[in-house]
Design a protein around this ligand. Sequence first.
Ligand code: CTP
Length: 402
Amino acid sequence: MVLGVGAGIAAYKVCGLLRLLTESGHDVRVVPTEASLRFVGAATWEALSGAPATPDVFAGAGTVSHVRLGRQAELVVVAPATADLLAKAATGQADDLLTTTLLTARCPVVFVPAMHTEMWEHPATRANVDVLRSRGALVVEPATGRLTGDDSGPGRLPEPEEIFELVRRFSWRASAGGEPDLLRRRVLVSTGGTREYLDPVRFLGNRSSGRQGFALARAATVRGALVTVVAANVSLPHPAGADVVRVETTEQLRTQVLAAAASVEAVVMAAAPADFAPASVSPVKIKREGGPPPSLELTANPDILAELVADRSGAFPVVVGFAAETGDATGSVLDHGRAKLARKGCDYLVVNDVSAGRGFDRPDNEAVILGADGSETVVPRGPKDQLADAVWDVVASRLGNP
Ligand code: CTP
């Protein structure tokens, strides 16, 4: 693997990424640009990778290193990808070892941009990103947050662990021949469990961890999608590449989902919104002393999935629901799933059996994806990534070619 390093302060975070890559068994050759060595020096890259790290095209001239590196690489990751590097890559410039390597490489390429918001949003950078994506490179959307100075906005390098996750999945998918079949598609995923407050410190909640939704976000990003996640009370790190909106209550989830749904082609409702909320919320903490225990009166929350289906115009967005079910005297898990699919009117319903503690807060899952067209896709027990890919398989085939 070639790890190209551009001249941005975020280069220091890439030391952590390099460590994760080498510790997971990758043979990494770091290729820094000359200017990037002002942020992190060659000695650091060489010590962490155990290989020479030079920007100089003439350093290994005897072995024609500017061609050899690109030919031998099975994956090239550029992090941080500066505005300058994106421009050079998009226009095929080749004035150092990294840019010559990018021209000679025929393997999958991942760019992880980091720069100030103005540079990222400039039409020139947007056009360069478009060119690189149209050539098959994965250009990861930067995270939003604090930048180097006092400013904040889109432009941060995602956390090294999350870049590593994305790179791992991307290389795995590319080696299995997977296409970027959601290229530039805007998709929305809701995840986590909502809270309904009784007073300023107590709430009714549920066991949803948000893992499946974050796995859906990563899987869609790897397939080229532009992903928004509305996450209710999820304590996991943000998936790299996704725009994450954090919410707490069902009403907040509803507002954010309905707003974002207007500009996407697919919505996957993996969230577990509370069906009921306390009829009244005490503005002060309910005290133990001073009377009998309070009894709870509940009111029904809106059904966001049903609203999405009712609101959509034409064919879009494709709407996927999730249903955690247990079988009972009135029917099996799948019987309940089929009835729910018909009742909700969505295009697909991912039905999983949560009896005996299955499904919640665990790394694996199994499900059946029921389609309104009568299709049934069985996804055997496996990592939540596998179920995520199975969901995007049905969505991508439904959306067809971009
Ligand atoms: N859902 C929703 N709004 C709600 C409740 C659920 O949008 N207030 C969505 C979930 O995100 C999920 C799907 O509806 O995609 C099914 O959720 P589930 O809780 O199984 O459905 P319910 O209609 O609440 O049915 P049940 O009576 O089985 O809880």
